[in-house]
Write a protein that binds this ligand. Structure first.
Ligand code: ADP
Ligand code: ZN
Length: 442
């Protein structure tokens, strides 16, 4: 693809060079800071930090302000963040509440439109056009995944099927009835849906028009993407967003699929060491911290996501200089410690999905056995294997134990289970269940 291919929804902004992006960011930042002085929360926040917004002359000056996180949002009344009268608010969304009480974000009409426009930019970049049929399998409601990209796809001019989450058979019927070409789906659910396709005797490759999948809202591995691409016969693109930065549309893969472009005209991205809060270098893993530049109702400054990733050096071959972030390794809170070793669920997924015979779901159970803490991995196996030879199952179990041990340096307990037997969520998958007796409160 090249500039001439027209894969640019907003070429003027998408093709800015680094210097132009930074200049635009500074201009917008100063406007946002000015707006923030109208909000009771920010007036307090600035005062406590001794931060003088009118003195900001460079993007680096923003670092004098302490970052905020979910607890900061939880600790103040959502209305206190507003920089507009409540009358101008037309929509409220909230986070999913994955790590505790959900956080609230208010939007003005302009905010909704700007968000839809960013989403349309993401979709257009991957080749979605007006002729496409977009089936939105994300939950509608307060969760941002559904309505966020619903409006984005309409903005682009595609036909939207607001299917929502769950109701798996119906999803497949809708795909066939309307000739769905693009799906927006949580990755763990995309794998699960394959089982339903099988039960219904429908082959997603041969019996549907699918060509593109947007997968996001939860961490997933390259192997999971590959499985989705192969089984559905689609190009699958990683989609990153969070309710605090409106929702999906913060960072998105271009057709190169080498990292996700963060739309830097709308967000200032910092990657910080989560302990020292100092910036890390390019290519070094750190916590993503965002400042919203495109939101008028409730802008957030230096918001700590807890999400861990690194940035890629260089301008992408697609021509966009908007910086790219890697796949999200997980949240800092996803990490668990067993036998003194730090482990992220994605390390386990990477191993499992690379092994032939492993089915579409897994769960990590942390439990106390006697006086010891153990990590047990429940792994669904493929249908064929489950009904096959016991020796093969044993071989698979041994292989999983060995490969996991190499990756995480701890020998896990592994239990193979029947395909479809682990509970499914319609939203984000629950990867870890902690039943340890002694760790809590330590
Ligand atoms: P919650 O923070 O309660 O889960 P959100 O619905 O706002 O609520 O979810 C945003 C979070 O979801 C992000 O901070 C990140 O942890 C996760 N997430 C979203 N998209 C991706 C993605 N493509 N890859 C990995 N994690 C993602
Ligand atoms: Zn690119």
């Amino acid at each position: 693809m090249s500039r001439e291919d027209g894969y640019f929804w907003d070429p003027r902004v998408e093709l800015l060079d680094r210097e132009e992006i930074r200049a635009l960011q500074l201009r917008k930042l100063r406007d946002v800071l000015d707006r923030c002085t109208r909000s009771p929360f920010y007036r307090r926040w600035f005062k406590e930090a001794g931060f003088r917004p009118e003195k900001v002359r460079s993007l680096e000056d923003l670092r004098a302000l302490p970052p905020m996180d979910k607890d900061t949002l939880r600790g103040a009344a959502p209305r206190d963040f507003l920089t507009v009268p409540l009358d101008e608010i037309v929509r409220v969304h909230s986070s999913s509440g994955t790590t505790g009480q959900a956080t609230i974000i208010f939007h003005t009409m302009k905010d909704i439109q700007a968000w839809a426009d960013l989403g349309a930019r993401c979709m257009y970049m991957t080749g979605v056009r007006r002729s496409d049929v977009f089936q939105n399998m994300m939950g509608y409601g307060l969760f941002t995944g559904g309505l966020g990209f619903h409006y984005a796809a309409e903005r682009l001019g595609a036909m939207v099927i607001p299917a929502g989450s769950g109701n798996s058979k119906r999803q497949i019927q809708l795909m066939r009835e309307f000739g769905t070409t693009v799906i927006h789906v949580i990755p763990s659910y995309a794998l699960y849906l394959l089982e339903v396709f099988r039960e219904m005797g429908v082959d997603p490759r041969a019996d549907t028009e699918l060509r593109i999948a947007f997968i996001g809202a939860e961490p997933h591995t390259e192997d999971l993407r590959r499985r989705v691409e192969e089984a559905y016969g689609v190009d699958a693109y990683n989609s990153y967003g969070l309710s605090e930065m409106s929702g999906p549309g913060v960072a998105f893969e271009c057709p190169r699929k080498e990292g996700m472009h963060v739309w830097e005209d709308a967000f200032i991205l910092e990657v910080l060491d989560p302990r020292t809060l100092e910036p890390v270098g390019e290519g070094e893993e750190g916590e993503l911290v965002f400042t919203s530049l495109h939101r008028e109702g409730m802008p957030l400054l230096r918001y700590r996501t807890r999400d861990l990733a690194f940035t890629y050096p260089d301008v992408c071959a697609c021509g966009r200089a908007h910086r790219r972030i890697s796949r999200i390794k997980g949240r800092t809170d996803d990490m668990f410690i067993i036998k003194g070793v730090n482990i992220f669920p994605m390390q386990v997924e990477k191993v499992l999905l690379g092994i032939l015979g492993v089915g579409s779901n897994y769960r990590i159970i942390l439990e106390t056995v006697g006086l010891r803490d153990e990590m047990r991995v429940l792994v669904e196996v493929s249908d064929k294997l489950w009904h096959g030879d016991v020796r093969e199952l044993n071989r698979l179990r041994e292989k999983i134990i060995n490969e996991l041990k190499q990756e995480i340096l701890v020998t896990p307990l592994v239990t193979l289970v029947e395909p479809g037997s682990l509970a499914r969520e319609e939203g984000k998958a629950v990867r870890v269940v902690d039943r340890r007796e002694y760790v809590k409160g330590v």
